[in-house]
Design a protein around this ligand. Sequence first.
Ligand code: PT1
Length: 271
Amino acid sequence: MHLVSGAKVLVMGILNVTPDSFSDGGHFVDESSIANQVETMLEAGADIIDVGGESSRPFAVPVTAAEELSRVLPAISLIRLRSEIPISIDTTKSEVAREALAEGADIINDISALRFDQEMIALVRATEVPVIIMHMQGTPSDMQVAPHYDDVVSEIKDFFRDRLAWAEQNGVARQRFIVDPGIGFGKTVEHNLTILKRLQEFTELGCPVLVGHSRKSFIGKLLGSGVDARDVPTAAISALCVSKGASILRVHDVEKTVQAVRLAEAIDGAA
Ligand code: PT1
């Protein structure tokens, strides 16, 4: 993976295999629609496909590991049959991550930053895959009740410094990690805007920065657009993230974000 600074920004396409997912709920659960969605993302030039079987949108309710596995394993195997594209597994459960890696996944994407499952750190230590750690205030079921920060960027950076130090104490080098400020996870519209404005500061942690802004409710609150009309605004934010040092963008509409990313990279590279 090209994650060093100056390298091409990577576009991570979202494959939700959750019947209750926030923006494409119920659309991609049967096998042929998963296959179509994967084909569309591959043709559009996705660099990574992120497979998730548990919704983490605001007020989502948890599912069991067995339920999550029954959703994600067939999707991973389907992708692997047609492509060698890197696959990330979006889960907070070590059992789901372990079986997903065995099925062919290459990256762990843990929105709890290894906090929800005490056994996740041992799995991470036992493997060599990159690990995405995300910041969240609260849990998906309560995170949007009353988010509060004195300085949202400083507090998220402190959180990552703590998590990276803890991981190093537990035998996992910081070079393994990708950091994600967690847009929409226990944040008001203003918090999300401040994170995006000051995104460059997260690169000071020395890890690649991932942003997951796609189709989120802060876009709807700012523009009044419904969830099915947020891909152009998402691409606009993607371009801004590139100029502020992001390494990976997690999005639904890969085609529009690839266009935005290539233009932002060309502008960054101009004399
Ligand atoms: C994310 C992310 C994720 N987001 C990573 N993984 C979701 N690494 C799932 C809303 O406000 O940003 N980074 N996995 C989806 N979660 C949300 C959160 C969806 C908030 C919607 C909202 O609309």
